[in-house]
Write a protein that binds this ligand. Sequence first.
Ligand SMILES: *[C@@H]1O[C@H](CO)[C@@H](O)[C@H](O)[C@H]1NC(C)=O
Ligand SMILES: *[C@@H]1O[C@H](CO)[C@@H](O)[C@H](O)[C@H]1NC(C)=O
Length: 430
Amino acid sequence: MASQHHELLLLLSSLLLSILSISSSTKSPETLVLPVKKDATTLQYLTGIHQRTPLVPVKLVVDIGSRFLWVDCDKNYVSSSYRPAECNSAECSLAESSTCGTCNDTPRPGCNNNTCGLFPENTITRVGTSGDVINDVVVFRSVHGYSATVPHFLFTCGSTFLLEGLANGVQGMAGFGRTRVAIPNQLSSVFNIHPQFALCLFSSPSSNGFIFVGNDGTYNLPGGIDISRSLMRTPLIINPVSTSGISVEGEASSEYFIGVSSIKIDGKAVNLNTTLLSIDESGVGGTKLSTVTPFTTLETSIYKSVTKAFVKAAKAKKMKSVTAVAPFKTCFSSGVGTFDVPSIDLVLGSDEVYWRVIGANSMVEVKEKGVVCLGLMDGGLNPQTSIVIGGHQMENHFLQFDLATSILWFSPSLLLQETTCAEFQFRDVA
Ligand SMILES: *[C@@H]1O[C@H](CO)[C@@H](O)[C@H](O)[C@H]1NC(C)=O
Ligand SMILES: *[C@@H]1O[C@H](CO)[C@@H](O)[C@H](O)[C@H]1NC(C)=O
């Protein structure tokens, strides 16, 4: 039953169509769901939407911190229902656009006169450009099986060159940041649902994880596991300075920051320069969560302290150091079970609130070499953000971003409850 379930989950674009019994789209959804699949080659997390008239599936890279959804409008964008956002319209104000553009070509998506613009960015290669704000039909799915159509979903037109470095077949990026035009707030206002989303990344390309947008409530896991009982909370912190490549003066960061106050390895605090843990007036420092960073990246002095303490604790657990396999610097013989490695706790303000990184999230298996490596990266001496919690460390954790209260609710690893992010079940409960 479980493996059959997984087979069905393999088809990204038709996933929800295949496992849900689709009813009418008249009912207002409470919670929307997007499948998320890890790409084996790039380690990017991909999702899919249906867009345009006629509807086509569009594959996107998930960036939880990005300001909006953008797609390549230069190539293969065919739609009878797209509308450019007219300068000074309510749409341009929602998008917080302050530019107004013209285009000396035949009108098409991405080329219109009197249209406001934003700066779409490939947040992996950090290449950005300018592009029109437009709207078009986008169809989402509710967890209860209804399709949820947004006739005028606002997004930005990117260009084909922005796709360079993104996974095969991808046509843009899906932003879940804290702006009004990003997916969570836009869907919240269209459907009158709670401005919140939950992220649950699965660890392998063989199955999907999910993003839920909207009200909390029934996230069904087999065995009657109620995730809400195991959630801890920590404030989401606003970085007042944009972390995007191109931004306007005074723009805050759309990314999600949390207040890591110390790091413990097997319960023992690591010596850190705590100045690096807070965000200074230039927006430098602090800790953010990023789905476009495959492995947690630490400022050099933090990286060194954490690695050193980890190696010491690993030695005490009889883990055997071996020659490192790039890009990693600290590897061990994989004879050791992944649950028997030192725990890394990201302490969040008080000792009782911590994000525990267990072996499955700290170690990366390099099967062909028979080794496991510590999945952390050296972020250099003066990074914009001191700690970037990456995808590998978020996998199989349930992370709920409440934008109304600015709180991150996070679960311990679901593996500790013998389940994963791929195990959510959707049924028409009506
Ligand atoms: C924009 O206006 C100019 C001048 O009127 C015109 O030449 C051009 O074709 C228009 N572009 C579009 C995309 O309609
Ligand atoms: C701690 O980090 C801050 C910010 O980078 C730096 O200015 C300061 O010199 C560091 N302190 C020590 C003791 O290294």
